[in-house]
Design a protein around this ligand. Structure first.
Ligand code: ARG
Length: 456
């Protein structure tokens, strides 16, 4: 029991069950022990504890972690309010009364804020690493498909020809932004509240620089009141998970579409698809669907914290204990979704010839014809109109653009010559793109080289 003194009765059993966070903050055990160890060592350095006392505490803490990891100790959820009190109680069991000196100059408020930041920093590093692995998988697949033509879409209507590599590189860009966002969250998370106490620091000469360094933070937070009540890093982290999941969800949706019989553009690997218990022919993209679906709960996690925080007066309020489960849940699901999407991208096969014939003369080339007219000196608005007529004639005659005769084109405008018909060809279509950032295979290959160097 952490308080006892002014109480005569034990906490009601249901209230204990209602309020205990042990079932989930057990996830913070390693970080909590790190925080306590740094604190105990600092207390010896400033002479509040003897070296002997401090060593005893540190050894006891490390024994607790070892016992937990080897399954020789598991705190009981009905007995303890949280991991912090469970560890302190265990420390009393192991080393006796010296355990009572650990909490000197400290509150669970700065303790939990510090441990949670440490945990979040670790989670960020893991996710950033996974994002790089995913980028590598996208690039590896993209390298093989710089000339694999496919329709690019707007409004899910065929718009202009692109390559499969170009499409994959769009996701490499998104993952890079996701990494940058995580870097921002890391910077925000990287400050130590330890030594801020319950809300207003301490009358003891605690050396916050020592604990800040020991715990690997780059700085200590400046205002205790803010440091104790700040969960911005949590919301930043959850928002990074939101946007990251949204990106995975969009690619998942595309994988689902592309693997339909209607698209018939890719086949997902067996290891990342499931069958149907009823229909023997089915191969279902469940991992993509679940990645898309789990995006919903990840968004929900952000909303939960944003709502929980918005009315809280400074500094700590018990409401804030609700900050942990959403973070653990978003991390787990984002991390798993990253593994799934990486697995799917690494194992899918591409029907390279799928669109070659089908796109020959497709209306997809209408913009190119308009640009051909621009080169001939026709103002774009006019050329847009002329090509609109070309498309109309093709539709009326029920033919594709490349099946129109030069005569039909010239009936619409005399400026057309036979080089105009060249733009309807799939062959070389991608190479006709001139601009930086376009799907021209030469440009895409340069991009791939750039990424390979950046990510290695
Ligand atoms: N279990 C609490 C949490 O996670 C620890 C902090 C408790 N502080 C307090 N003043 N009751 O937020």
């Amino acid at each position: 029991m952490l308080w006892g003194g002014r109480f005569t009765e034990k906490l009601n059993a249901t209230a204990m069950e209602f309020s205990s966070s042990l079932s989930f903050d057990i996830n913070l055990i390693e970080e909590d022990i790190q925080v306590s160890t740094a604190h105990a060592e600092m207390l010896a350095t400033i002479g509040i504890l003897t070296n002997n006392e401090s060593n005893k505490l540190v050894k006891g803490l490390s024994t607790i972690l070892k016992m937990y990891n080897s399954k020789n100790w598991k705190p009981n959820e009905l007995e303890f309010e949280d991991i912090h009190s469970a560890i302190e109680a265990k420390l009393f069991d192991l080393i006796g009364d010296t355990a009572g000196k650990l909490h000197t100059g400290r509150s669970r408020n700065d303790q939990v804020a510090t441990g949670f930041r440490l945990w979040t920093k670790k989670a960020i590093s893991n996710l950033a690493e996974q994002l790089s692995i995913f980028q590598k998988a996208l690039i590896e697949l993209g390298e093989k498909h710089t000339e694999t033509i496919m329709p690019g879409y707007t409004h899910l209507q065929r718009a202009q020809p692109i390559s499969f590599a170009f499409h994959l590189l769009a996701y490499v860009e998104m993952m890079e932004r996701d990494k940058k966002r995580l870097q921002f969250v890391l910077d925000e998370t990287d400050s130590s509240p330890l030594g801020c106490g319950a809300l207003a620091g301490s009358t003891l000469p605690l050396d916050r620089n020592i604990t800040t360094d020991k715990l690997g933070f780059s700085k200590g937070s400046s205002n205790a009141l803010d440091a104790i009540s700040d969960r911005d890093f949590v919301m930043d982290f959850l928002n990074a998970c939101n946007i990251g999941m949204m990106h995975i969800s969009r690619l998942s949706e595309e994988l689902i579409l592309w693997s339909t019989s209607e698209f018939n553009f890719i086949k997902l690997g067996d290891a990342f698809t499931t069958g149907s218990s009823l229909m023997p022919q089915k191969k279902n993209p469940d991992m993509a669907e679940l990645s898309r679906g789990k995006t919903g709960r990840v968004y929900g996690n952000y909303t939960a914290i944003a709502t929980m925080m918005k009315g809280l007066p400074l500094s700590y309020n018990r409401d804030m204990q609700e900050d942990k489960e959403p973070v653990f849940d978003s991390f787990k699901n984002y991390s798993q979704a990253l593994s799934m999407i990486t697995g799917m991208i690494s194992t899918l096969s591409v029907n390279e010839k799928r669109f070659v014939e089908e796109l020959e003369g497709d209306f997809l080339f209408a913009t190119e014809l308009a640009e051909w007219l621009v080169i001939k000196g026709v103002p774009f608005r006019e050329s847009h109109h002329i090509v609109g007529e070309v498309v109309k004639i093709a539709e009326e005659n029920n033919v594709k653009l490349h099946q129109l005769t030069l005569e039909q084109l010239q009936n619409i405008h005399p400026i057309f010559d036979k080089t105009a018909l060249e733009v309807f060809k799939v062959d070389g279509a991608l190479y006709r793109k001139k601009t930086f950032g376009s799907p021209n295979p030469n440009i895409v290959r340069t991009e791939i080289e750039k990424w390979k160097e950046l990510i290695s």
